[in-house]
Design a protein around this ligand. Structure first.
Ligand code: ZN
Length: 166
């Protein structure tokens, strides 16, 4: 029986793979159903020249394509970093049953989130499906260490957030 922590370790390994790959980035995702791993993915924004190629989006797209299905009901999506608004909503539309993430936006470098925006995990939890479970902070320290970059962590910027840097 695998725990959320076991799956998150695989997501961390996937994030490290993204870090090593040219055009990849350090966000890892694993999609699991009934104790079986169905898909692994990492951020491929620069690799694909696709701003929507976040780890979660890549995983959802590839898994749906692989099984030729338009939804992922009953699946749990693990991500090393709190899903952004786009990915949170993609999980809603995909019918994902659980979202489990490691690093929260409060514990990572501000480059990853625009602090003025609503916390979309809370937004999704409160405003969409009642059957969507969200768990945060799984292996948070290990996950957060992927996102501790020069410039400090969890800065509270009151000025407009910047775009992710190269
Ligand atoms: Zn995202």
């Amino acid at each position: 029986m695998h725990t959320d922590e076991d799956w998150m370790k695989l997501a961390i390994a996937e994030a490290n793979m993204g870090l090593r790959e040219a055009g990849g980035a350090e966000v890892g995702c694993v999609i699991v159903k009934n104790g079986r791993i169905l898909q692994t993915s990492h951020n491929e924004v620069e690799l694909r020249n696709d701003p929507t190629a976040h780890a979660e989006m890549v995983g959802i797209r590839e898994l749906c394509a692989k099984f030729r299905i338009p939804h992922l009901k009953g699946c749990t999506l693990y991500c090393t970093l709190q899903p952004c608004g786009m990915c949170s909503l993609a999980c809603v539309w995909a019918g994902i049953s659980r979202i489990v993430y490691g690093a929260t936006r409060a514990h990572v470098n501000s480059v990853y989130f625009e602090t003025r925006h609503a916390d979309t995990a809370d937004f999704v939890r409160d405003c969409f499906r009642s059957d969507l479970e969200i768990r945060s902070g799984v292996l948070e320290m290990e996950c957060s260490s992927l996102y501790a970059k020069p410039g400090g962590v969890a800065e509270d910027k009151s000025t407009p957030a910047h775009q992710p840097t190269e």
